[in-house]
Design a protein around this ligand. Sequence first.
Ligand SMILES: *Cc1c(COP(=O)(O)O)cnc(C)c1O
Length: 223
Amino acid sequence: MSEIADKINIILKSIPEKVKLVAVSKTKPIENILEAYNSGYKIFGENKVQELVEKYNVLPKDIEWHMIGHLQTNKVKYIVPFVSLIHAIDSEKLINEINKESLKINKVTNCLLQIKIAKEDTKFGLSIENAIEIIKNKEKYKNVNICGLMGMATYTDDKNQISEEFNLLNSTFIEISEKYFKNEPYFKEISMGMSGDYKIAIENGSTIIRVGSSIFGNRNYQN
Ligand SMILES: *Cc1c(COP(=O)(O)O)cnc(C)c1O
């Protein structure tokens, strides 16, 4: 057993079966991903389009790829053909573009809306109000499935604060789901939790965790 596979298995054993683990392989080499893949793990996340496409091109085609980072509209076309889930829709312009590119290839692309839940100043993410505006217009985006919400907590040691922020995402999810997705069971995902806080995220209702450094080790640069 490889060290990477061991780490994935330890996490999988410690989380409920219904919570999906996305192994975040950003900045890490192909060999690291293959190590996990050869042990049977096939769900990986990247946050840069170029890196995602490069890895997609050389790795086995049954990998489930998640785009977890900020996505520029002009790069949407490169990933729509193969991506399983886009986690971080943070503007109307972006969802519009994903819809357009998905329509071109007759695909329905699964996406999450990224909500700004952190008290700290963060660059990306929608306010709850803006997310609801997009959702009210969801009929416009026939080639996009809005499958749920995604959020990132403040980078802090204060567990109570992290818990509060995740709880806000959970209650926002429940409210939106009851109000706008009553007959759409595909609205079911809450993507929250990373290496440092995934346990707190799961306590607060996370259905997808995105874990990088606890699996692949520290990255040389932060991104
Ligand atoms: C890098 C990254 C992660 C994983 O972070 P770790 O702390 O290494 O687990 C999760 N989500 C997003 C959006 C990221 O960019």
